[in-house]
Design a protein around this ligand. Sequence first.
Ligand code: V47
Length: 390
Amino acid sequence: MQDPALAPIAEKVYAGTRLSAEDGMVLLQTRDLHTLGELANFVRRSLHGDTAYYNVNRHMNYSNLCILSCKFCEFHRKPGQDGAYEYSLDDIRKQAQTAVDSGATEMHIVGGLHPKLPFSYYTDMLSAIRETAPQVHIKAFTAVEIVHLARISKRAVRKDFAGAVRAVFEDLIEAGLGSMPGGGAEVFDDRVHDEAFRGKIRSDEWLTVHRTAHELGLFTNATMLYGHVESLEDRIHHLCMLREEQDHAIENNFKGRFQTIIPLPFFPDGSELQHLPGPSGVDNLRMIAVARLMLDNFPHVKAFWIMQTLPMAQVMLDHGADDIDGTVVWYDITKVEGTDTHQEVTVSDLKRAIHEAGYTPVERDTLYRHVERDGAMWKVAEDAGQAVTA
Ligand code: V47
């Protein structure tokens, strides 16, 4: 061990003791990446052995029109602006059919906060997908979209925020919603919020939306967008808040929980923050490891290969990550610098990458149940329960 400051933290990790925010700060600043990776790998291997998960999914961004103008986001457009679009129900049905044809187990659906579309558009969207692709799991709408839907469906958001959100979820679940993605969390800090994404919901609202989803039995994910105007303290605070929220779900026996943390490296290009350098490879590796070590009650850590790149995701499997996400991706929100916005790899590419990194590839569905596949045909393995609960 090169950094003696890591010794007491290592003791805690091997004893299964929860790390403090101060420990998190030491981990984020150490130059001893080797020991950091080793500790994260210890936790990752005790939860998942040599399994590395991937899935077969399709992303659909139904519209890029957005009433917000977050500085880090280069996806949003205003009405009439070049490149603005929105999908019709027919477009959505076609996307659902493509998901079926490509053997996807999941559609991951998010969009901007559209200025005009009525609430019925969203429930019709889910119903249309349900009809066209009954087997495909619908993971849709970030917390900020859910709040937008509560507002446009004229629910009493101001008077009873949680009640309004609950009512929206009930309608969406009835129309086919299966779970929630982790987007829109950014970094839970008011200064960063006001500087980089003013107008978006704040941390307490983001967490209330996820809490309500968990109460209703929905599994959700959580992200952290880092490498922009936040401080290292902000990152640790963000992780601690997520950990607390997960404690709450566990203590209250909610049927739903957070499944995975997805650290998202900020890509400056095309955004209003493009003067910033964005995080380095070392920072990305460190963030995955620290997320694994701090979030002792999250079963999974996802190295989203689209944003991390596949070679980095391979290395991350040894630094705390157990999941690299999907194969067939149609993604505009999160483009990787210098590449096409539509990323696609085959199952064989992902399996090869995982094998090469020394792990056993396991296809999962959205809820981390193992999947048995024959080409585009698939089923959840008979012995597949919820894979791991941390
Ligand atoms: O919410 C926006 C982020 C998120 C930029 O739940 C940016 O399984 C980097 O949430 N640079 C969307 N990131 C992606 C997301 C996600 C991805 C994969 C899996 C899951 C899951 C969720 O992308 C947004 C925002 O935080 N983002 N702009 C940018 N310039």
